[in-house]
Write a protein that binds this ligand. Structure first.
Ligand code: MN
Length: 321
């Protein structure tokens, strides 16, 4: 690749080998339907910049040893009808590694870790507004089959409007699109801002999860997915699910959000129950000269990589479909 993108944790790890790195970081600086504060198109670059301040050790292990490959950002110019197919194609390409014919310096490379040889690559999508999760999930559905996938959503908002401001591809409609159009089950954590149409949808469709007030007032750090929840889980992490005290850098902050250790506890809990096949971190809208939230988003990304690597290694029966 001629373009040299800014790397995730480039201060500690060189760009990995493209077809063997387990973690494929895909920046998607898409911002079109934002309804309140703007700036989420600068989210991916802020996370990559902040990632240079991370330690290689995530507190338990070294996710970078599985390989980080950071892609050039998806071209987000030209409007939703043009951009969404590009996002789907980029994610699907990652899920299709190793590509025949990919070589490095004319040498054939062999995987260096058990995870690199057994499992599909893990796409890690950095947003950008939450709308992008729909074309991301379309790629996963194309590869794994929609019936095998569930989505666990961390968010302040249910994002279950059929359309928002007349836009069916709004950030406020993304989970409706995934659940209704793709028929993919969802599980919601941290929700605390809901419209009447969303309450109706959740009730009539029996959408499971634990809402913000219950999480916060009872300091819940574990969740139990429904028995019939699909075996493969994608995590969509809208940073406004976190409390604005630790995450003010987002377009629509809502008080009473998830705490840091609570988020890690819930993520660990999900990873113990199902194989996580990818995740996104969306809606970071960096505030100039306020670095802590950007660093938090980078650390969240890194910790989730470690959680996935360890849970997948300790469950060898989670074979690749
Ligand atoms: Mn959202």
């Amino acid at each position: 690749m001629s373009h040299q993108p800014k790397l995730f944790l480039g201060s500690e790890f060189d760009q990995g080998k493209e077809d063997f790195s387990l973690f494929h970081i895909l920046p998607v600086p898409y911002e079109e339907s934002v309804s309140y504060g703007g700036g989420t198109s600068r989210g991916p670059a802020a996370i990559l910049d902040a990632s240079d301040q991370l330690e290689a050790y995530d507190g338990t292990g070294f996710p970078g040893e599985e390989g980080f490959y950071t892609h050039a950002p998806v071209d987000c110019q030209g409007g939703q009808p043009l951009v969404f197919p590009r996002i789907t194609e980029a994610v699907q390409r990652i899920l299709s590694y190793p590509h025949p014919g990919l070589k490095y310096g004319g040498k054939k490379h062999t995987p260096e870790t058990p995870l690199q040889s057994i499992f599909r690559k893990i796409p890690i999508v950095l947003g950008g507004e939450h709308s992008i999760t729909f074309p991301v999930i379309q790629a996963f559905a194309n590869v794994f089959g929609a019936q095998n996938i569930g989505v666990v959503q961390f968010d302040a908002h249910a994002d279950l409007h059929e359309a928002y401001d007349g836009n069916p591809y709004s950030h406020a409609s993304v989970m409706y699109r995934i659940n209704q159009d793709l028929n993919i089950p969802i599980y919601q954590l941290g929700i605390r801002a809901l419209g009447p149409d969303e309450i109706f949808y959740r009730t009539t469709h029996g959408i499971p999860g634990i809402d913000g007030p219950e999480l916060g007032m009872n300091n819940i750090t574990e969740c139990r997915l429904p028995e019939d929840f699909p075996p493969l889980v994608f995590i969509t992490f809208d940073v406004d699910g976190l409390d604005p005290a630790i995450m003010p850098s987002t377009g629509t902050p809502v008080p009473g959000g998830i705490g840091w250790y609570q988020a890690l506890g819930l993520l660990n809990s999900v990873a113990k129950q199902r194989r996580i096949i990818g995740f996104d971190v969306v809606e970071l809208a960096p505030i100039a000269n306020l670095h802590a939230p950007d660093y938090l988003a980078a650390e969240l990304t890194h910790k989730l990589m470690g959680i996935i690597a360890r849970s997948t290694l300790s469950n060898p029966d989670w074979s690749t479909p």
